[in-house]
Ligand binder design. Structure first.
Ligand SMILES: Nc1nc2c(ncn2[C@@H]2O[C@H](COP(=O)(O)OP(=O)(O)OP(=O)(O)O)[C@@H](O)[C@H]2O)c(=O)[nH]1
Ligand SMILES: [Mg+2]
Length: 225
């Protein structure tokens, strides 16, 4: 597409957050996706970690900066900083522990309190390999996702199933939204060349209060004309 021709692909960096109760497998989903590793006895995450992963979306290279924190309140770092600038979220529960599914509405509330309502979110039922221990049916997951307007997928960090698809679904949707915004801004500029000053900015999500770091900023500001 023409509007990317002068851009370096590294300019597309999307912050994605992993959230959900402790031990649902957030860190292992990230380890599987980013490094193709799995830890059978992993410890609870303390504070915040993130990994940047290059991805191919519609033939374009974009980077997903994926943030992981503890599900347990006492190990979590400052919540607002964790969510700041996020444009995507994986909301994870464990299909073998109903309690973690019951917590989803609380996590959604927290996500919406600390970030924009339009954060692209996928509900992830992890540990699909634990077939005999299943407590939450696939249908229940789908119904909740539909009711809340979320994407839905079941994954297994243990056997790798659907892990890449879960992350790709979120990043692809963010990319599509961004592309549509860019096209809209170009249309507006054609109609009114004075629109938005020199027409250099496109905001993916409105959150004027955000202080973004330089890296993240690149993902919000694109498309020099
Ligand atoms: N069977 C199975 N076990 C998994 C899967 N994913 C993670 N686990 C196990 O579940 C436990 C918790 O995984 P973590 O990735 O540490 O969970 P977490 O959500 O990061 O937990 P906190 O950091 O405490 O919030 C570990 O023993 C993992 O080996 C999975 O897909 N299948
Ligand atoms: Mg963890």
């Amino acid at each position: 597409m023409a509007f990317y021709s002068e851009e370096r692909t590294e300019d597309y960096l999307f912050k994605i957050v992993l959230i959900g109760d402790s031990a649902v497998g957030k860190s292992n989903l990230l380890a599987r996706f980013a490094r193709d590793e799995f830890y059978p006895n992993s410890k609870s995450t303390i504070g915040v970690e993130f990994q940047t992963q290059k991805m191919d979306i519609n033939g374009k290279e974009v980077k997903a900066q994926i943030w992981d924190t503890a599900g347990q309140e006492r190990f979590r770092a400052v919540t607002s900083a964790y969510y700041r600038g996020a444009v995507g979220a994986l909301l994870v529960y464990d299909i073998s522990r109903r309690q973690t599914f019951d917590s989803i509405s609380r996590w959604l509330n927290e996500l919406h309190t600390h970030s924009d309502m339009n954060v692209v979110t996928i509900l992830v039922g992890n540990k699909s390999d634990l077939k005999d221990a299943r407590e939450v049916s696939t249908a229940e997951g789908k119904v909740l996702a539909e009711a809340q307007g979320l994407f839905f997928i079941e994954t297994s960090a243990l056997d790798s199933s659907n892990v890449a698809t879960a992350f790709q679904t979120v990043v692809r949707e963010i990319y599509n939204i961004l592309s549509r915004k860019v096209i809209q801004s170009q249309e507006l500029k054609k109609q009114d060349p004075t629109w938005m000053g020199n027409g250099k900015t496109v905001v993916l999500q409105g959150d004027g209060n955000q202080e973004v770091d330089n890296q993240t900023k690149k993902s919000w500001w694109c498309c020099s004309s």
